[in-house]
Design a protein around this ligand. Structure first.
Ligand code: SF4
Length: 388
């Protein structure tokens, strides 16, 4: 079916303009505007494959209900397109009273589903189209191995993110499997301090209980730990957290016993790493006036790209091209830019210099298709040159 849907996919998600920019040394010049596009951006291999499989499933099973367990990837445009293709979201369908059976087809997203959900769909006899990315499966393998060997998985991730929930569930396949999800280095510092010095067990559970496996006891379950991460986290932070736990375990148990108490694998996926490296290279190579990062607000890898950029330059995280409201107004998710915040979104004023040359850096998260990037380029061009 791959060839059958190739044209449809190209029409829905490709952009001739983006191809031209890519072939023009990732630079777009028009009037007073120069855009430098990151050398790695947009759809990653896992997302590409997941979207491809979804279209193929629709063709392969005509006349049958084809469901997605939820968002296939964190991009509103792509999810809306799939709805328009007639693919239903399970969350909507269950609300409408639908129950699954052997005639139904369920597409599992790139970030996977929990062990419990997988068992449920199998027991219902559904046809499963599993698009779980190989890089996510690699993390699962490590977490399962930790659990099998009696190590608690310390997962650097967002506790409510689908991928992290699925990854954590891998630990529970084993009778003594445990996990603890940590968001950032601040949380890791608290846990490492507990490992080294001990502390107030109840206070620990009050803070971390909801992010840990059932029955988690910090006095017993932090004795042997293995580090893993959601594939889309900030790589530098994941590595730092791994090192922090290595130091804590060495301090607590000594060098000779370290291997019995601590394991770590780098489970950031290569696509995430390449996109993060590419914007660092872009910001090193060019004097940028402002950075535009495009991707869903709930897309972890996009938010992390925006964080890296915002540390160095004025940055706007757009969910969609429509966020570019006018040459003076921009709707975005704040990552340090001065704005009036409404919910998680804000409207930035006077975001584009009104006169003189303007240099914009541009990147997009792993779930953003090229046509969206192309529309952003066109809009930037229109606005920059309209107010020249
Ligand atoms: S971001 Fe990485 S792990 Fe996630 S789907 Fe893409 S390639 Fe796979």
């Amino acid at each position: 079916m791959k060839e059958a849907v190739a044209g449809e996919l190209a029409e829905a998600y490709d952009s001739r303009l983006v191809d031209q920019v890519r072939h023009g040394d990732f630079t777009y010049v028009s009037g007073r505007l120069t855009i430098h596009l990151a050398r790695e951006f947009g759809f990653c291999y896992g997302v590409d494959r997941a979207v491809d499989y979804a279209y193929q499933a629709r063709r392969r099973f005509p006349g049958r209900n084809v469901f997605l367990t939820g968002e296939i990837i964190h991009n509103p445009y792509v999810n809306d397109r799939l709805r328009a293709e007639g693919i239903r979201f399970l969350t909507d369908a269950v609300e409408d009273g639908a129950t699954l059976g052997p005639d139904d087809v369920v597409i599992l997203p790139a970030f996977g589903v929990t062990v419990g959900d997988m068992a449920k769909f199998s027991n219902q006899g559904c046809t499963l189209v599993d698009t779980t990315c190989g890089s996510v499966l690699n993390v699962w393998k490590n977490v399962a191995r930790y659990a099998r060997d009696g190590f608690t998985s310390i997962i650097h991730g967002k506790v409510r993110h689908e991928e992290t929930r699925a990854t954590a569930s891998q630990a529970l396949k084993f009778p003594d499997g445990r996990f603890l999800v940590l968001l950032d280095r601040d949380e890791a510092t608290v846990v490492c301090d507990y490992i080294v010095k001990g502390g107030d067990r109840q206070a620990f559970l009050a803070r971390f209980g909801a992010a840990a496996s059932p029955g988690f006891d910090p006095d017993r379950h932090l004795v042997r730990v293995g580090c893993a991460n959601q594939t889309t986290m900030l790589m530098s932070e994941s590595l730092e957290i791994g090192e922090m736990f290595g130091v804590a375990m060495r301090t607590r148990h000594g060098d000779a016993a370290l291997a019995d108490h601590f394991r770590a694998f780098d489970t950031i996926c290569s696509a995430t790493q390449e996109r993060q490296d590419a914007i660092t290279a872009l910001l090193d190579a060019h004097a940028i006036d402002l950075m535009v990062v495009v991707g869903g607000y709930n897309s972890s890898n996009t938010c992390n790209l925006a964080r890296i950029c915002a540390d160095r330059v004025l940055t706007f995280h757009l969910a969609e091209p429509e966020g570019l409201l006018s040459p003076s107004e921009i709707r975005h998710r704040p990552v340090g830019a001065p704005s009036t915040v409404t919910g998680i979104e804000a409207t930035g004023l006077d975001w584009l210099p009104k006169t003189g040359p303007v240099v914009v850096g541009l990147t997009a998260g792993a779930s953003t298709p090229n046509n969206i990037v192309g529309e952003v380029i066109q809009k930037l061009d229109r606005f920059a040159n309209a107010c020249a």
